[in-house]
Design a protein around this ligand. Structure first.
Ligand code: HEM
Length: 398
């Protein structure tokens, strides 16, 4: 594909986004200010050593989008990432991506549905998959650890929820703010990328309690502490991925109807934790560490050996889980809820996730109630500095 200089590229995608060929569109004199005047500041700046939306507290909503490249031109994609950086820095402070023009006979440069909304703790996180490198002739820069996830026991992956070249994770406490951000990022790049799959999700809790998943269990209790993130999450190898991480995503269907027919003891045994308090078997409080070696008077382990927590903890692996529930209507094939967990985990080495998933494999008692139907592995760049000329992915794309 022909490589474009920045100005003509901007112009072409702006016009394509607008759907109108009008020279007025790039005329700065005709611009007026955006109507957005946020009253609440977003504490999560787009700029920093690391990308936000990883170690920052999970918001209430996610819009996760996976894109395919529609170009093999590295310079086109470089321009896309530059524009995304500019846009992301505006969106995260509650500004529109561009002010409106006085000329009302052309489409507005921002789609507008976040006008009068606060940024609602919006974070935007970008990552690239193994296929990104092959398509852009960057194979030698692909980290050895970045390859498609292996097939796991009981996987029933569907093409419509798997694969893709680029991911954008938008999280906010307002679903409209998250969607608006993704919509505008895609709109400006529509000639260079196509949409592959997406998923909305939600988390709910009061008073900063651990949110409950759709099985009603507190989900996210055990996660690395702030002082463990260098050990567990952040890549520190001097490569372009320095201060970045690997994002593993699984769209896990939860068979709620089957679960709801299971008695409470069976549900507790599935996790090795108590549904009401979140405490591990043998403990009283949610945050008391589970002891998978503790035995009862009969010499059996107190936590069922096929329980989810027993098996995950036994691997000794740590990952940073940041998952969201989803409810996406009815599964037309079964007539049941299409609902589950958009499982997202960050780790400095995908093997941390792979080892746990293999251990859960056929053995996890929870498998009776779930099916993994979507999957992806992405390398998430390190953060962007405020230095002029820096942009997301610069260390890779130059
Ligand atoms: C629908 C899918 C899943 C559900 C409903 C689920 C639910 C839970 C729950 C309720 C807990 C206990 C509370 C907590 O520490 O958060 C837990 C712990 C955990 N889960 Fe999952 N999980 C799912 C999938 C996975 C997957 C795919 C992995 C990784 C491959 C995983 C890894 C872990 C780990 C590492 C822990 C902490 C274990 C420990 O105590 O050390 N989970 N999960």
């Amino acid at each position: 594909m022909r490589s474009l200089d920045r100005r003509s590229f901007l112009k072409s995608i702006t016009m394509a986004g607008a759907g109108v060929l009008s020279p007025v569109i790039l005329n700065a004199d005709s611009k007026i200010h955006s109507p957005r005047t946020p009253t609440i500041k977003n504490p999560y700046s787009f700029f920093g050593i690391h990308q936000q939306g990883i170690a920052t507290p999970a918001q209430k909503h996610i819009y996760f989008l996976v894109l395919d490249l529609h170009t093999n031109s590295r310079s086109d994609i470089k321009e896309v990432f530059k524009i995304w950086t500019t846009y992301a820095s505006k969106l995260t402070i509650g500004e529109n991506v561009a002010p409106y023009s006085k000329n009302i006979l052309i489409p507005t440069l921002d789609t507008g549905e976040a006008d009068s909304l606060n940024p609602s703790n919006l974070t935007l996180t970008f990552g690239v998959a193994a296929s990104f490198f092959d398509k852009l002739g960057l194979a030698s820069a692909r980290p050895k650890l970045l390859k498609d996830l292996p097939h796991f026991p009981r996987d029933q992956l569907r093409a419509e929820f798997s694969g893709g070249d680029i991911c954008i994770q938008a999280c906010a406490d307002d679903p409209q703010v998250a969607f608006h951000a993704v919509r505008n990022l895609v709109r400006i790049a529509r000639l260079k990328v196509t949409m592959k799959w997406s998923q909305m999700g939600f988390n709910s809790s009061e008073n900063n309690d651990t949110p409950r998943n759709l099985f009603a269990f507190k989900d996210g209790t055990v996660n690395p502490r702030a002082n463990e993130l260098d050990k567990v999450v952040w890549v520190k190898d001097g490569s372009w991925l320095d201060n970045g991480t690997y994002l593993a995503i699984r769209r896990v269907q939860m068979h709620l109807e089957t679960w709801d027919r299971t008695h409470l003891k069976g549900q507790n045994d599935t996790f090795g934790r108590m549904r009401d308090s979140g405490a591990a078997y043998g403990k009283n409080e949610e945050f008391e560490e589970a002891d998978i070696t503790a035995l009862n008077e009969k010499g059996e382990t107190i936590m069922p050996e096929d329980s989810h927590v027993f098996l995950a903890k036994k691997t000794g692996m740590q990952i940073l889980r940041r998952s969201f529930s989803f409810a996406s209507g009815i599964d037309s094939r079964t007539g049941q809820f299409d609902a589950g967990l958009l499982f997202i985990a960050f780790q400095k080495d995908p093997m941390q996730f792979i080892k746990i998933q293999n251990a859960l494999g056929n053995v996890d008692r929870m498998n009776e109630y779930i099916t993994h139907i979507g999957s992806g592995l992405f390398a998430c760049f390190g953060g962007v500095s405020k230095k002029s000329g820096d942009y997301i992915g610069k260390a890779l794309l130059g």
